[in-house]
Design a protein around this ligand. Structure first.
Ligand code: FE
Ligand code: FE
Ligand code: ZN
Length: 275
């Protein structure tokens, strides 16, 4: 039994997301901690969080994968904007403490011409200041497509951030569209890509997956998601992922261009690929 789910709207609260997830056959899900294209966050609701935690446990859900806002850029060039982004990260992690044991995933950032090394240093700096040992949440850096000046398009860049922060509360979320667009051939050599991940980062740091097909060929650095089976990755790639023993137990989150009925169909498709 794999943990498969998709992005859900957080508008109705956490308990409502658990119910929606169940209605489409999901046993994990992702949600944005605040407006994905802005910085506004919802009012906190401890009772809703506690009730959701109970419902997740009762229904055998895997860990959730909350997603930070796309606009949070920890390595933007303007110091004030960078400090604001770091503050958003800190606030997100503080809020995640109401959902203990789950993941918080975010895009490392875009260095906007400052250079990859500077970007890595700035991201690591923000993480060091935001990660409090008492926060019961593991923060996941997402593998990126390497579009524009994105940091995290190479496994080495993620490893450098992990090394610089040096915290057990840090891991990686592998996005299938992103790694393909970044030049990792998971279509013909999933095994080789996972070996490379293990060699550079360590497979024990891989804690979640984003399952997306890609509208573009390998190495395109475009980051345009496609529905499962309708892009360059194809159904066989996802079958290999679903059946890979090293990936069993990881939450697998769809970020495909779908509404709920489409997500329900894709979850069913993926469930049919499980061994
Ligand atoms: Fe993402
Ligand atoms: Fe993603
Ligand atoms: Zn993407």
């Amino acid at each position: 039994m794999r943990y498969i789910g998709c992005h859900l709207s957080a508008a109705g609260g956490n308990v409502s997301m658990v119910k929606t997830a169940q209605s489409i056959g999901a046993n994990t899900f992702a949600f944005f901690t605040r407006n994905p294209r802005g910085s506004k966050a919802k009012a906190e609701d401890p009772a809703d969080c506690a009730a959701a935690m109970e419902a997740l446990r009762e229904n055998g859900f895997g860990a959730l994968v909350a997603h930070g806002s796309y606009t949070m850029n920890l390595c933007t060039a303007d110091p004030e904007a960078r400090a604001f982004a770091a503050e958003i990260l800190r606030d997100d992690l503080r809020r995640m403490a109401a959902l203990p044991g789950n993941f918080y995933n975010f895009h490392p950032g875009s260095h906007v011409g400052q250079g990859t090394d500077t970007g890595i240093a700035q991201i690591a700096d923000a993480l060091k200041r935001a990660l409090a040992p008492e926060y019961p949440v593991t923060v996941l850096l997402e593998t990126m497509a390497g579009k524009g000046s994105e940091v995290g398009g190479r496994f080495e860049e993620l490893r450098d951030i992990l090394d610089a922060v040096g915290s057990d509360h840090l891991g990686v979320c592998l996005d299938t569209c992103h790694v393909w667009d970044g030049g990792y051939d998971i279509v013909h050599d999933l095994e080789g890509v996972l070996s490379e991940f293990d060699r550079v980062i360590g497979l024990e740091r891989l804690r979640a997956l984003h399952l997306n097909d890609s509208r573009n060929p390998m190495g395109s650095r475009k980051d345009r998601h496609a529905c499962i089976g309708s892009g360059y990755l194809g159904e066989d790639t996802f079958r290999n992922i679903l059946r890979h023993p090293a990936l069993a137990g990881l939450p697998m989150i769809l970020e495909t261009p779908n509404e709920l009925p489409g997500y329900r169909r894709e979850i069913e498709l993926l469930r049919g690929m499980e061994v």
